[in-house]
Structure formats: structure tokens, C-alpha cells
Ligand binder design. Sequence first.
Ligand SMILES: Cc1ncc(COP(=O)(O)O)c(C=O)c1O
Length: 427
Amino acid sequence: MSEETAIGLKCRLCGKTYPKEALNFCTDDFGPLEVIYDYEAVARTLSREAILSRPRSMWRYRELLPVDGEPTVGRQVGGTPLVRADRLARELGVSELYIKNDAVNFPTLSFKDRVVAVALSKAVELGFQTVGCASTGNLANSVAANAAAAGLEAYVLIPDGLEQGKVLGATIYGANVVAIEGNYDHVNRLCSQIAFRFGWGFVNVNLRPFYAEGSKSMGFEIAEDLGWRAPDHVVAPMAGGSLIGKIHKAFQEFERLGLIDGPVKTRMHGAQATGCNPISATVRSGASKVKPVRDPRTIAKSLAIGDPADGYFASRLIVESGGWSEDVDDESIVEAMQLLAETEGIWAETAGGVTLAVAKKLIEQGRIGRDESIVLCITGNGLKTQEPMLERMRKPIVIRPSLEEFEALIGTSHARADADAMAAGVV
Ligand SMILES: Cc1ncc(COP(=O)(O)O)c(C=O)c1O
């Protein structure tokens, strides 16, 4: 195994440094802590050749992830497809469109498997036997599954009223699932208290600096699969606002190491639902502070974080990168989910609908150029958020097992034309 490349934690506000421990805020100014690396040490072993020689998982970039030694949790996470989406591109009137499809991530079908793989590997390293999270659903699923596989005790706290697929997708793994009467921000506050009272490893509380780094692997994979380049535009869904920043950080780290050509000029665009849009409202108003949304209401429950931990940094990055942020209503979200499914055969969860609907808006506004390269981050799977689609989708037509009934159904003339063509050897 390569030498330790993550060398400590640093406050994003004042720069004070800390050792690698389970701590997420600066004790001087309460600023968030971030992992720092020795990039010279990284460069000694991380090259394009080294990456290509390793298995296709997020760990092929292990020098840029804050786990010392071999990862012990989530060893197969990542390596999801970057799909060239030409049929969807035609619908949107653009020429170079890709979908980073984390709806098929392993083991729990969302990008959260990336952050959890890092956080729980770190939790094991630091000696935690009990772990937990505050979640809008996907994180709950991933912590529950990965903790089960690692033999860790898990406490998973969610707001009451999440989709059935998300709830079942946590309880099935035997985790202690606790639903809180309130929204995500209530859950998050309670988790901070629990983590410090009980001394447990909460992935997005005291392990947050390590956890957040896992999202960079999505950016590394995008750049590698584009042939070692960063795209012109990325559209990413935002809840706490961490993912979007880490994708950008991934491109910058690749540039710094000479793995892609610089300077990185990717415009980062953030997507939210209108019913919970604290970051997009900040970008659009030009405000310097994020105003929390007190009562989030949207079918995109995975993005319903009213007081986003990384909202300030996300809004700043979006503006500084030359990107933009929009939000979309529930009707646009389900329409986009359907469009993605019908054009590319990808069933995304509601967050994916948010991403595509916002991308469409940004293209129509001219903020995303029609001839530029665009990556849409699809971060979760539609099987887990079936509720908003159930009413909307056509029910299957029921017939008896009879050819006559089938012919009557599709129209006799249509059936005969096909049969004639088949006889003539046309099809
Ligand atoms: C499917 C999905 N996409 C995107 C996000 C947003 O991630 P972040 O909180 O890092 O902004 C979440 C967060 O829960 C999510 O579940």
C-alpha cells in the first residue's frame, strides 16, 4: 500500500489545522474542516497508468481519498457508467451530453455509497463500533447496508414520512432506524447531539470531513471517462451542497497532478426543487448568506435540506466557476424523470428529475451552450421513489392469453402489415 497521503484537517475559514480525528468543525470559529493532502506524495504513485492498471472502483484514486491503508468498507463502490446520451441530447437540442449514472452504484443505488465507503472505512480505522447518520433517505440506505457488511452497529435517523423504498431500504439491513417527527434539519441537530453524547461515528456529523471527500470520486471518474478532460458544464443536484463542490475539487486535483490539462474551466450548475431551494435562491439573488428554508415541501425528498451545511461554499463556487443555479417545480421533476427514462432507459429518482429539468432550463436560458460538453449527475435510483410516478403512469392493459385479443388490441391492419412484411422477408 502507498504511503499516507491525507495528512490532516484544516478549517475552511481560518486555516487552522488539526490531526485526522473525528471532528467536523474548527474549535476557534466553528468553520467546517476539510482534509488536506501531501500532493507531492500523491504524485509519487498516482499516474494515469497506475489508475488504469487498478480495478474499476472509486479506490483506483485511493491516494486522493482520506483512508490510511486498504479500505475496509465498500471496496466495490464506484466505477459507474458515463453514458453518452444522444437521444436525450436531441430532445434538448445539444450536441455533447453525458449522464454520470450513479443510479446503479453498488450496493444501494446512489452516489451516497461513495461517501459512506470512505466514512465507514475511516470509522473502522478510528476504532468506532457504532456508526450512524442523519439522512434524507439515500444515506440511510448506504450506511445501513455497508455497516451490515462491515459488522458495525448502525443508528440511522430520518425525517418521518420518507418514501417507502427508502425506509425499507434501511430497515432490511437490520439497522436501528429512527424516524423523527420533523424535517431533516431537526434530524441533523439531534444527530450532532447524539454523536457527541454517545461517542459514535456519525458519517455526516463528526466524520463529515472524510465522508465528503468520497464524492470526489464521481468527478475523477467523469474526467477519466471523458478521455482525461473536464467537461464544459456539470449539472449536479444539491441538498447539503457538498457533492457539487467535491466534483469541482476532483477536477482541480487532477489538474494539479497533471492528469488532465488545465486550467479547469468547468461551469458548475446546481439543481434544486422549488419547494426547497435555499442555495439556488442565494445564487439567483446574489446574496452573500444562505437563508434557510424552514418548511421544505417537494417530492424530491432526498434534496429537502432547508439549512444546507455547505450552502455558502456551494453558492460561491457556482458563481465563481461561471455556473448558475435554478430550481424546478414538482410537475417538471416528474416530466423530466419520464423523459430520461424514455430517451435513455435510465430510471432516476426524483433528484435526477430535478437535475434534468434544471439542465433543460439552463439550456433554454442560454447559460449552457448547445455545442459545449455537458455532464448531468444522476445520483439515485427511481425504484426508491415510486410514489410520485404511480398515479401518473399508464397501467398495463389486461387481456386473456389469446392471439385474437392481442390483434384486436393493437389493430388488425397493423398486425397484418407486419405479418405480410415478415412473409416477404422485409423484417
Ligand atoms: C440522490 C441524491 N442526490 C444528491 C444529493 C445531494 O448531495 P449533497 O448533500 O452533497 O448536496 C443527495 C443528498 O442526500 C441525494 O440523496
